[in-house]
Ligand binder design. Structure first.
Ligand code: SF4
Length: 229
């Protein structure tokens, strides 16, 4: 295994999904297997610098034992699954929950699926990402992650603009892969605080109608477009 591309490491709170508000150390890896047209972190993860495992452990260890989570994000962190496994083995119960933010196209593997303290924030991409379906819909991975959601170890977040997007999520992901309703979150497509606030009421309405949960994007509301805070 060569060096690990790491774009940023920062201590903050989880801004999205079911674990929103929890204090967490974020490790943002470089590289992604998709190129979503509205990706809001591409300029950050493209600037990743190579780290050795020792260097990474040194940076993370001062946060261990503080009753906080780790969020592995990207890019697509599961491209670096072996490194994530190594870090979890190294720190074991030094962190409360090991959260993994993934686009749902890369298998999580037995080690990560088997640990009860690993939680998956899955964000499958709709056609509004402008990525071809065969790259964003990988059935065997979605079946695995849906099983994890039934065991309350994963949630699925869909970035939506309107009803058409929700219907597409139903047809492409939720029904074919039997994703449980309690694990589904809708998040407004937005790249700024203003867009998020403007589009939220319509998405809340869709959540009420379909019986899904609403996911905030606290980082946008609090810091607008800044990352690493
Ligand atoms: S999967 Fe995520 S990180 Fe990758 S291009 Fe799409 S939005 Fe960006």
């Amino acid at each position: 295994m060569g060096p690990i591309p790491v774009a940023e490491i920062f201590y903050s709170i989880q801004g999205e999904g079911s674990l929103v508000g929890r204090p967490a150390l974020f490790i943002r890896f470089g590289g992604c297997n998709l190129r979503c047209v509205w990706c809001d972190t591409v300029s950050v993860w493209r600037r990743a610098m190579p780290h050795s495992i020792e260097e990474l452990i040194r940076k993370v260890e001062k946060f261990a034992g503080r009753d906080i989570d780790i969020v592995f994000t990207g890019g697509e962190p599961l491209l670096h699954r072996r490194w994530i496994e190594k870090l979890i083995q190294e720190f074991d119960d030094g962190f409360l929950i090991y959260q993994i933010e993934t686009n749902g196209t890369i298998p999580p593997g037995d080690f990560l699926s088997g640990r009860e303290d690993v939680f998956f924030n899955v964000s499958p991409k709709l056609s509004n990402s402008a990525m071809p379906a065969e790259r964003r819909v990988v059935p065997e991975v979605l079946h695995t992650l849906s099983r994890m959601a039934r065991r309350k170890r994963a949630i699925f977040k869909f970035v939506v603009l309107d009803r058409r997007d929700v219907e597409e999520a139903m047809e492409t992901f939720i029904e074919p892969f039997s994703i449980p309703r309690h694990a589904i979150y809708l998040m407004p497509l937005s790249n700024s605080r203003e867009e998020f606030i403007e589009r939220s009421p319509q998405v809340v309405q869709l959540c009420k109608e379909f019986g899904f949960s609403f996911s905030p994007r606290l980082q946008l509301v609090i810091w607008n477009r800044r990352t690493g805070v």
